[in-house]
Design a protein around this ligand. Sequence first.
Ligand SMILES: C[S@@+](CC[C@H](N)C(=O)[O-])C[C@H]1O[C@@H](n2cnc3c(N)ncnc32)[C@H](O)[C@@H]1O
Length: 256
Amino acid sequence: MPWNPDHYLAFGDLRLRPAVDLLARVPVEDATTVADLGCGPGNVTRILQARWPRAAVTGVDNSAEMLARAAAAVVPGVAWQQADVATWAPEAPVDVLFSNAALHWLDHHETLFPRLAGFVRPGGALAVQMPDNFAAPSHRCACQAAREGPWRAVLEPLLRSAPVRGAGNYHDLLVARARSLDIWETEYLQVLEGDNPVADWTRGSLLVPLLAALEEPWRSAFEADYRRRVAAAYPRHADGRTLFPFRRLFIVAVMG
Ligand SMILES: C[S@@+](CC[C@H](N)C(=O)[O-])C[C@H]1O[C@@H](n2cnc3c(N)ncnc32)[C@H](O)[C@@H]1O
């Protein structure tokens, strides 16, 4: 998928906040090996390196565009690897496997999560944050726009209604391997500026595979249709700003 780091980083601060909140709950003092799965443009990877400065940190992503942006800043101790997380495996067990806003792009969590947990050393941690807002208007508008236009046959197979499961499900998937489990959900009330900022936000994430699947003129027509729907679903408030509530699921599993 042709990710665009500029679109993604347009809301860099708000996208970083959950990674920082997740990192604050990882109870690993010393780490020698850390991997950041779905590292994107590498801004979270750099924070991991600062938290564990003696560790060898690897940022893993399957997007050449995102990795090019990540590698543009040389950070001692950080290596970048292009790989699909679905099949990636570390050379040896790691101390921390971290993943912010990436694993919801992968299917089959029932096998993915136990597999990833198996790559972590005893006493190390698997730490994951995923959006859990697939029923929000921002997503529903994308499904409606995809299904109600001439592009339906192209886009409908790409719609992923609920890639993230309930919190209890992740407890069940990890409990047998974990010494401790810390799972929680947070809804951030994001306050956005601009003309149609929710559509600008999803252009850097949710819409990436849908826009990539379309040629012109459908690509622009689909995006315009989506933008109209989203503007109506998220009207501006009296202060001129737009509120975009965003629910996220957090998992920290310390391995036994
Ligand atoms: C929303 S971005 C998150 C980037 C970064 N973790 C952050 O928090 O800023 C999602 C990233 O996951 C990557 N990704 C999605 N599916 C992937 C897969 N199967 N294997 C590796 N990376 C993947 C995308 O290329 C993208 O860079």
